[in-house]
Ligand binder design. Structure first.
Ligand SMILES: [Zn+2]
Length: 428
């Protein structure tokens, strides 16, 4: 049996390469371009493409942009068929759960924001809640759950996607939660649990500022500081799935306490809670009672406002944040030499306050050969990024795991099977 697996694995990898390449080319590419970009032969591309068309995953269109420029045989564009597959994405944050449904191209069909504090749930109740929320979201899109091919769940903390284990997360009271195992029985489709910053990284890599790049570092700044790495075009996870925890790299001995339980982590100088702590030190009043996410956000916005109004004590807080972030990014650049570093801001935008000190620290600390080539981009993300990230995760995993033999289309997803049945019956 093991002899037969070799070619099957290669076929799956080739199939994944083809689908991935189409996505990275704005969902429009010709067969010859596919061969050129993937390095696969024309014959292999033809075989894979024809099976993907038969499965309903790809459609042909005769309007490729190159067709009007060239002579001879017109080029046929290949596109992903949006309705071939639908996936559900869930983002669990400390203050809310966002559930969304996306199609095969990553377009968000529907999205649901539920305000709640997951920390008040037990892990098993949270799994029940997520399962119900996904079904409600699917219903809202006027679809059946059997139309969904996979579920991707993102949450902050140390997450091993391969096993579904959450070693630590601010949304759980306990450590080492087998969250993937709790969720799986509630869905009859594959479920993938992943660190939320990795979802943002995948979304940036498939649709955003890191699109198609080989080596990229994505850093998220919100209540915590997260990060993801794309190395050689793939998400880097490390040996136990929790590589690239940039926010918990250490900057100082005996530094401020971090939410992870240790001290002196990067995020104790760069995340929202760090800004509030520094503001309090210069006299900003923070109520002693326990604050929820929205109350903390309001306070953070007030701190930003004071800095914007020119109060030097508050401006210094953000300058210092830029320096620490710059120090960490310089170390990262010196370590992995990425093509680009993308800093993504969440609900609060403050890069106009820390951007200058961030860039000057990077210039100062990156080694000479790389100093002039640091490509740093900062942008603000919307809620949609989580949904697209979850979609990227699920589609990527399903594309890679697909065991459809090239000559026998056996494991067509249910939605595609139904569509095929409908088309046989002549229904729309
Ligand atoms: Zn930490």
């Amino acid at each position: 049996m093991s002899l037969a697996r070799g070619p099957a694995i290669i076929r799956n990898l080739n199939r994944f390469d083809v689908l991935n390449t189409i996505r990275l080319h704005d969902n429009q590419i010709s067969r010859s371009e596919l061969a050129e970009v993937t390095g696969l032969s024309q014959a292999t591309i033809s075989s894979i493409v024809s099976h993907l068309i038969k499965e309903g995953a790809l459609v042909e269109e005769g309007s490729h942009p190159l067709a009007i420029r060239g002579r001879g045989r017109p080029l046929v564009s290949l596109r992903l068929a949006p309705n071939y597959m639908h996936v559900a994405g869930v983002k669990i944050a400390t203050h809310q759960i966002v559930v969304s449904l996306t199609d095969f191209t990553g377009n968000v069909l529907t999205s649901e924001n539920i305000s709640c504090e997951p920390l008040e749930f037990t892990a098993s109740h949270l799994a029940d809640f997520v399962a119900k929320a996904v079904r409600v979201c699917v219903k809202k899109a006027k679809m059946e759950f059997s139309d969904v091919s996979g579920v991707g769940v993102g949450l902050p903390g140390y997450v091993d996607c391969a096993s579904g284990t959450v070693y630590w997360s601010p949304v759980f009271q306990s450590r080492n939660v087998e969250f993937g195992a709790m969720l799986s029985p509630k869905f009859d489709v594959p479920v993938f649990v992943e660190n939320d910053a990795n979802l943002v990284t995948l979304a940036e890599h498939w649709f955003g500022l890191a699109k198609g790049l080989k080596h990229v570092s994505v850093i998220t700044i919100e209540h915590g500081t997260g990060s993801g790495l794309i190395i050689n075009g793939n998400l880097f996870r490390g040996a136990r799935g929790i590589g690239a925890e940039f926010g918990h790299t250490k900057l100082v001995f005996d530094g401020p306490p971090c939410q992870c339980g240790q001290n002196g982590c990067m995020e104790t100088h760069t995340a929202g809670f760090a800004i509030l702590r520094e503001a309090q030190a210069v006299g900003f009043r923070i109520p002693a009672k326990k604050l929820d996410y929205h109350a903390r956000l309001d306070l953070l916005r007030k701190v930003v406002e004071r800095a914007e109004n020119g109060d030097q004590r508050y401006r210094k807080i953000f300058q210092q944040m830029g320096q620490y972030l710059g120090l960490g990014i310089a170390n990262l650049v010196n370590l992995i030499n990425p093509e680009r570093v993308v800093v993504c801001e969440g609900a609060v935008t403050c890069s106009h306050l820390y951007g200058e000190s961030l860039r000057s620290t990077i210039r100062e600390m990156v080694i000479a050969p790389l100093r002039d080539n640091v490509d740093l981009m900062i942008h603000h993300w919307g809620d949609e990024v989580w949904a697209r990230g979850a979609a990227s995760l699920v589609l990527q995993e399903l594309d890679q795991r697909d065991t459809t033999p090239v000559r026998q289309v056996l494991s067509v997803p249910k939605a595609a099977k139904r569509r095929r049945r409908r088309s046989v019956k002549g229904e729309k």
